[in-house]
Design a protein around this ligand. Structure first.
Ligand code: KIV
Length: 271
């Protein structure tokens, strides 16, 4: 029997227990009430209100323009749809990088105004002081290393990170620093599987991978990607469970056909 089936509400401690018991952690993004409700009922462990909302909800090219107000709005919608899953909210670009006080104030706003359970922050050594202060304020923090999309203009590409030894060594060190600072888990994005394995084994807190191979303690995917809403986006790390782009397009085409032909609404669909 899986550990998490017996649990009424997933907490950061549950994730720790899942890692200790060798059970993988499932995580998916959501940005609104209806999908959050479906994912929660399906039994997902963690719902991430990702700043990927900037891409998939707002149509921006990067996550950089996403604001704290937008994240708070999405998180409020998700929390209203969730009974059991742990809800983690991305702190958007600009809400924590400038100084510790700004970071703490942003994290407090997210927790007070949304009812979410934790925040996520991108970066290593450079955010450690902020992580410590946020954790000491009583707010659980999930870290995020590897390909950190808020730094896309520094990286220049969405290619796999930490392929060279210098960057891999930095990442190993950053993972330890985040754990020491009090993070309850760390997302590892788009790094070699062997490096993710090493980091996962060296940390006592869980790692959640995306494009980081099979050895992480859990996996996360963006909901639009796993549901196949955009068939143009098919990176190697993605497993698509549906082709919603095709299904939605076909459904809407049928609706248009029925309206145009005056087939809809019929007598049984009228008052
Ligand atoms: O914003 C997001 O959706 C994320 C995941 C890809 C980890 O950070």
């Amino acid at each position: 029997m899986s550990i998490n089936k017996e649990i009424k509400k997933i907490t950061t401690h549950t994730l720790q227990k899942l890692k200790s018991g060798g059970e993988k952690i499932s995580m998916i993004t959501a940005y609104d009430f209806s999908f959050a409700k479906l994912f929660d009922k399906a039994g997902i462990d963690v719902i991430l209100v990702g700043d990927s909302a900037g891409n998939v909800m707002a149509g921006y090219e990067t996550t950089v323009p996403v604001t704290l107000e937008q994240m708070i709005y999405h998180a409020q919608c998700v929390v209203r749809g969730t009974d059991r899953s742990l809800v983690v909210v991305d702190m958007p670009f600009g809400s924590y990088q400038s100084n510790v006080d700004t970071a703490v104030a942003s994290a407090i706003r997210i927790m007070k105004e949304t009812g979410a359970h934790a925040v996520k922050m991108e970066g290593g050594e450079e955010i450690v002081e902020s992580v410590k202060k946020i954790v000491s304020a009583g707010i659980p923090v999930m870290g995020h290393l590897g390909l950190t999309p808020q730094s896309i203009y520094k990286f220049g590409t969405y290619q796999v990170r930490a392929k060279d030894e210098a960057e891999a060594a930095r990442l190993r060190e950053d993972a330890q620093l985040l754990q020491q600072a009090g993070c309850f888990a760390v997302v590892l994005e788009k790094i070699p599987a062997q490096l993710a394995k090493e980091v996962s084994e060296s940390l006592s807190i869980p790692t959640i991978g995306i494009g980081a191979g099979a050895f992480c303690n859990g996996q996360v995917l963006v909901m639009h990607d796993l549901l196949g809403i955009n068939q143009e986006f098919k990176p190697r790390f993605l497993r698509q469970y549906l082709n919603l782009e095709e299904q939605i397009t076909t459904a809407v085409k049928h609706y248009i056909r029925d309206v145009k032909s005056a087939d809809f609404p019929g007598e049984h669909e009228s008052y």
